[in-house]
Design a binder for this molecule. Structure first.
Ligand SMILES: [Zn+2]
Length: 132
C-alpha cells in the first residue's frame, strides 16, 4: 500500500513580516509633527522648544535608521541634517535658512549651525506649481 501522494499546500508567505507594518511610518509622522510644532513655537535657536524639536528629529532619524525607512523627499529637504533644525519660521519669523543662487549653483546655509550645502543649479528645473 503506497501513501497517497498528495502534495502539501504551500504555506502562506508570512515569514519575516513586521506584525504592524504601519507602526514605523506612524511613529515617523508623529515625530515629524511634534518637531514641527516645537520649531514653530521657538523664539531663538537654543530655547527649549527649539531643542525639543531637534530632539524629536534625532529620534525620527534613529527610527528611520533602525527600520531602514526612506523619508519622503519633502521631509528630507525640510531640515538640517547636521543640527536637525527644521526650516520653518519660528516666533521671530526666522526660518533658519539662507539660500544664495549663483549662475550655476545653489548654496544653502543653515543659520543654526552654519553648515553649507551646494547644489548644481538646473536652469530648466520647474517646480510642481510651474509644471501645472
Ligand atoms: Zn543646521
Amino acid at each position: 500500500m503506497g501513501r497517497s501522494g498528495k502534495p502539501k499546500p504551500p504555506k502562506p508567505q508570512s515569514i519575516n513580516q513586521h506584525p504592524k507594518p504601519n507602526e514605523t511610518s506612524l511613529r515617523i509622522s508623529f515625530l515629524q509633527q511634534a518637531a514641527k510644532l516645537m520649531a514653530e513655537k521657538s523664539h531663538s535657536k537654543n530655547d527649549t522648544p527649539s531643542l525639543l524639536s531637534k530632539l524629536y528629529m534625532e529620534e525620527l532619524n534613529e527610527v528611520r535608521n533602525i527600520q531602514q525607512t526612506l523619508l519622503s523627499k519633502d521631509l528630507r529637504r525640510s531640515y538640517c541634517r547636521y543640527c536637525n533644525r527644521i526650516w520653518i519660521p519660528d516666533q521671530s519669523g526666522e526660518n533658519g535658512i539662507d539660500v544664495k543662487i549663483t549662475k550655476d549653483r545653489i548654496y544653502r546655509k543653515c543659520k543654526d549651525c552654519n553648515s553649507m550645502a551646494s547644489f548644481v543649479r538646473n536652469p530648466k528645473y520647474q517646480s510642481r506649481n510651474e509644471k501645472a
